[in-house]
Write a protein that binds this ligand. Structure first.
Ligand code: ACO
Length: 379
């Protein structure tokens, strides 16, 4: 590779060959294993989609039944992990709690070798336990005992139940499940790249996934939907939406939840989420935050559409999660509950053709510098 090839942030540099997901940012296409997310969100479930992503094909009815049942019985976490969570500070961020727990799981499931049983067991455990860990920390930081998972509830219902203590209505659970499908995978972004780099050292998968959770926690990656909610609250009224957007743009500030490095039209995930939010607010009653969001989208389309800046996945997800009773600092952990499917798919793909990541650098420092003894250095 030539010395001049350095690209900050590796923008546009292929880091791997993958057949897991496909994006076309100009046409607004996102496919998992070739299937458009519109079809998956209309017909599939998160558990079936996770199977598709991780194992490469839609499961048969018996494969899906077995996968789903195995995940249900692996939801519980060991009492020592619960004891560990009890020691976390209540004010700690739920993403830090999740990352610590995931790394901690590695202590209990040491690597034997990467045979099919180990890989399958890891996939099941991580998909099953992520929601339990997130909900357990959320309950314990409020001084409550964690709510035990219920085997009779599907993945989405069980998580919402552990978070709120209330079994959600089937349509609420379905909306949440669709959100999980939409967040399950998105090619090689920063957290997935972390998974690849750590997996390539043949570190255990809990370490690789804990690295991905840490990477997702940063505000440039997983945190924009929290900022959208803050922005909508700050705008305060529908009438204030236009002046807020105009004044922010005049000050060269960003409008949260719009724009995307890849999508130059409305993010296909935002299209689906917009309809979900509409359905949810129609059923549970409109509030002004939703109406403000609709107005902000209209004003942004008018003022920023020509630049290819449209709502991204984060524009509507915060509204949906808030209405479902999920607190703002749990939005990113919810993202992780979904994205662990994509990370696991990339972990398997990396192992199938592994080569240690070892990029190079352009050295910009001095050379041949003499060591100066401490006594001769001055203050
Ligand atoms: N509001 C206002 N203007 C914007 C926005 C925005 N949200 N996004 C981009 N622009 C403008 C820039 O000011 C710039 O204008 P200029 O050419 O006149 O200087 C132009 O669009 C290009 O901006 P870049 O920064 O080069 O675009 P990039 O592709 O790097 O931006 C990003 C992508 C970082 C997501 C950006 O759109 C942004 O900051 N959005 C708000 C934060 C957000 O919603 N993030 C979530 C992304 S989705 C996800 O991570 C799951």
């Amino acid at each position: 590779m030539s010395e001049g090839a350095y690209k900050p942030g590796l923008e546009g540099v292929p880091a791997t060959r993958s057949n897991i997901s496909f994006i076309d940012g100009n046409q607004g296409i996102l496919e998992y294993r070739g299937i458009g997310i519109e079809q998956l969100t209309a017909h599939s479930t998160f558990i079936e989609t996770a199977y598709l992503l991780i194992f490469g094909a839609l499961p048969t009815a018996s494969e899906l039944k077995e996968f789903d049942e195995t995940i249900r019985i692996h939801r519980r976490v060991k009492y020592r992990i619960r004891d560990m969570i009890k020691c976390f500070p209540e004010s700690g961020h739920p993403m830090d709690a999740l990352q610590t727990c995931v790394a901690g799981l590695g202590l209990f499931y040491p690597i034997s070798d990467f045979n099919d049983d180990y890989v399958h067991g890891t996939v099941v455990r991580l998909l099953a336990k992520f929601p339990t860990l997130v909900a357990a920390f959320h309950q314990m930081r409020q001084g409550n005992d964690p709510i035990d998972p219920r085997d009779d509830l599907d993945h989405a219902s069980n998580f919402l139940y552990m978070m709120t203590g209330r079994v959600p209505k089937p349509w609420e659970a379905r909306i949440f499940d669709v959100c999980l499908i939409l967040h399950a995978e998105h090619t090689v972004n920063a957290s997935t790249f972390s998974t690849l780099v750590t997996s390539s050292t043949l570190a255990d998968p809990y370490t690789a996934i804990a690295a991905a959770v840490g990477t997702l926690s940063g505000s440039l990656h997983g945190g924009a939907n929290e900022q959208v909610m803050q922005m909508l609250r700050k705008i305060g009224t529908v009438a204030n939406a236009r002046p807020y957007v105009e004044e922010s743009l005049a000050r060269k500030e960003r409008i949260m939840g719009v724009g995307h490095r890849v999508y130059k039209i409305k993010d296909p995930r935002a299209e689906v989420l917009h309809k979900l939010a509409e359905d949810l607010f129609d059923r549970l009653g409109h509030d002004k935050t939703y109406d403000i969001a609709i107005e902000v989208e209209a004003v942004c389309e008018e003022l920023l559409g020509a630049k290819g800046i449209y709502p991204n996945v984060d524009f509507y997800s915060g509204l949906v999660y808030t209405k479902l009773g999920i607190p703002e600092d749990v939005f990113t952990p919810v993202f992780a509950i979904a994205r662990v499917a994509g990370w696991l798919a990339h972990w398997r793909e990396q192992l199938s053709n592994n080569r240690l990541f070892r990029p190079t650098q352009e050295y910009t420092g001095e050379r041949n510098v003499d060591y100066v003894p401490l006594s001769e250095r001055g203050e």
